[in-house]
Design a protein around this ligand. Sequence first.
Ligand SMILES: NC(=O)C1=CN([C@@H]2O[C@H](COP(=O)(O)OP(=O)(O)OC[C@H]3O[C@@H](n4cnc5c(N)ncnc54)[C@H](OP(=O)(O)O)[C@@H]3O)[C@@H](O)[C@H]2O)C=CC1
Ligand SMILES: O=C(CO)COP(=O)(O)O
Length: 317
Amino acid sequence: MIGIAGAGAFGTALAVALAHDGREVWLYARDPAQLQEMQHRRINPKLPGITLPQKLHLTGNLADLAITETVLLAMPMQAMRAFLASAPPDLLQKDLVACSKGIDLTTLQGPGSVMAAAGATGARAMLTGPSFASDIARGLPTALTLACACPRLEALQHLLSTATLRLYRSEDVIGAELGGALKNVIAIAAGIVIGAGFGDSARAALITRGYAEMSRLASSLGAKPETLAGLSGLGDLILTCTSGQSRNFTHGLALGAGTPAPEATVEGLATARAATRLARERGIDMPVTSMVARLAENDITLGEAVRELMSRPLKQE
Ligand SMILES: NC(=O)C1=CN([C@@H]2O[C@H](COP(=O)(O)OP(=O)(O)OC[C@H]3O[C@@H](n4cnc5c(N)ncnc54)[C@H](OP(=O)(O)O)[C@@H]3O)[C@@H](O)[C@H]2O)C=CC1
Ligand SMILES: O=C(CO)COP(=O)(O)O
């Protein structure tokens, strides 16, 4: 039996895919009004057009997840630390699988370290890679990375793979979580480039240089280059920088065009600030990421950002 904490688009999509494949899934929604609507109408407005299958059980009581062995954490990254701090103690003994893509702004930790610091004693895994919630929920073919540095990895890989959701396993948790977190920042920048009308050539350059700086920071923190080149890094970077389905890309589009951004979970904003601080501490150059952080904080105008990026000293690729 699988528990999922966080009934947003992604938690619900995973619950739908796993339940369709025959697993009994318990999905925890903290908002009573949302829970009631989901129970009554068997839909989640955050995942339009998808009917919730029979094997997907809904609850507003976190203690109900006690009957599950594995719990997926599917809330925004900045909510994870507080969620775990107030979770029932037996939840921390489950195998935990973080699905959040980001870096905690207070501790500068990724999901694995946040779960460890909260006292999690079971497996601590990370599920990440190129996948939009709606694609997963509709049963479209998807491939993700499941990273965990513990002997439960292969069992978890089988538990969470379905006929349409193919999980590749990795022991490189740091690499998987940093790829998933940092690509969101580059996706905001890619959106800015397109929104401002700089064109596809500029976006390709941005993605490539963005990947280079993602790799610099990740390897300084112990990630393996092949992880960054895999689904959780390059794969997700490509998806998020090129699809209008991405909230990070869409947020960037609005910033670039000078129009109001839609209300949404945009993980890259906090991650840009966290990664900029990590990079500064380690003496790593991350010009695109730090520019996104400054733009998000209204510390610089778009014109100034472009001038600064383009007037950096010429260097070897
Ligand atoms: N959507 C996607 O396509 C994908 C998302 N992800 C990642 O999944 C994570 C969640 O994103 P997504 O589901 O899309 O975001 P949504 O904005 O759709 O939903 C976030 C959900 O988390 C819930 N939540 C927030 N804080 C808590 C808490 N303390 N306890 C329980 N639930 C909480 C929210 O509840 P409430 O409404 O009550 O605030 C909401 O239901 C992000 O890190 C994202 O990067 C990864 C891959 C794909
Ligand atoms: O992580 C995602 C796709 O892999 C979802 O991206 P957004 O959060 O930008 O929508």
